[in-house]
Design a protein around this ligand. Structure first.
Ligand code: NAD
Length: 289
């Protein structure tokens, strides 16, 4: 480390709060060292009201890139000079690339989800997806899956502040990806949810249900549509195996946890920052087993 960091070393960072638990510094710094790239990556605790100042600092310190996590992703969206198509639709930014002072906001969460499925041998083109959730993670998944050729998405969310936003986003996404039909339902309609999953190839949970402290719960109240061959993915990564995944495994489903999405959104961001491929097999072995 004393040899690696010099007066020339470029800074990259993760902004959000809390971030003390983040695995991103380990993953990026290992990859920089492995590929001989002269950068260092740190996690900087940033409250939502500090987002604008943090992003201004990216320009001041000529930082090549940065990641943004909760609760700063929407605030970061408003500080960009340019946006990727996915970030524009989602309305949130998790990756920022600095090209000589011009900041472009990307959202790699959705690609991270799709890549985590691909990594497990699951292709999404032409498939039907039932998706629980209408927050940031669900929006990213809905957008990317539609752009990548999923034919039908049935979204289920609570009638909370996310519901109307999900309906609006669904209309916008259908406009951008005309081959995809998106319907939004109340998650309280268990019968409808069971019927939609029964017709789906993939069921994904993108709500906070299953995450600590809700780790005793599952978003799926009726498990009768779980069956061998159905792909069940959970974006929750703490715990690594949620109740949903445990029940899906018992029913013979193909199960994919949230750690893959976490890894792959970083792999995609790394390529945007450096133009190089993260040594993903080693990173997986060291930090994601
Ligand atoms: P968010 O706050 O934007 O959205 C929360 C969602 O949960 C909404 O759809 C809300 O309606 C739903 N919800 C809340 N309480 C509920 C309940 N009791 N019953 C049913 N639905 C409920 O959060 P987010 O950023 O979308 O994050 C959601 C989850 O995804 C978190 O667990 C987060 O850690 C995870 N996540 C994982 C990754 C990854 O890389 N694996 C990336 C982003 C988010």
């Amino acid at each position: 480390m004393e040899d690696r960091i010099t007066g020339h070393t470029g800074l990259m960072a993760l902004f959000g709060s809390p971030i003390g638990h983040s695995g991103s510094p380990a993953m990026y710094n290992y990859s920089f060292a492995k590929l001989g790239l002269d950068y260092v990556y740190v996690a900087i605790d940033t409250k939502v009201g500090e987002t604008e100042a943090a992003i201004a600092a990216m320009r001041t310190y000529k930082m090549r890139g940065g990641n943004v996590t909760m609760p700063c992703k929407s605030a970061a969206f408003h500080c960009m000079d340019e946006l990727s198509p996915a970030a524009r639709l989602i309305g949130a930014v998790n990756t920022i690339v600095n090209e000589d002072g011009r900041l472009t906001g990307h959202n790699t969460d959705g690609v991270g989800f799709v890549e985590s499925l691909r990594d497990e041998g699951v292709k999404i083109r032409g498939k039907k997806l039932t998706l629980a959730g209408g927050g940031g993670a669900a929006a990213a998944i809905m957008v990317q899956c539609a752009l990548d050729g999923v034919r039908e998405i049935s979204v289920f969310n609570r009638k909370d502040e996310f519901f109307g936003r999900t309906e609006e986003l669904a209309k916008k996404v259908e406009g951008e990806a005309p081959g995809c039909v998106i319907r939004v339902y109340d998650i309280a309609d268990t019968k409808r949810m069971t019927a939609e999953i029964a017709e789906s190839d993939i069921f994904a949970n993108a709500t906070v249900v299953g995450m600590k402290p809700m780790d005793a719960e599952s978003v799926l109240k009726d498990t009768s549509a779980l069956r061998p061959g159905l792909v069940v993915a959970d974006v929750v990564y703490n715990p690594e195996e949620t109740r949903l995944l445990r029940e899906a495994k018992e029913a013979g489903c193909i199960c994919i946890g949230g750690r893959g999405m976490l890894l792959w959104q970083g792999v995609v961001a790394f390529k945007l920052f450096t133009g190089q491929d993260m040594p993903v097999d080693e990173v997986k072995e060291l930090f994601y087993r």
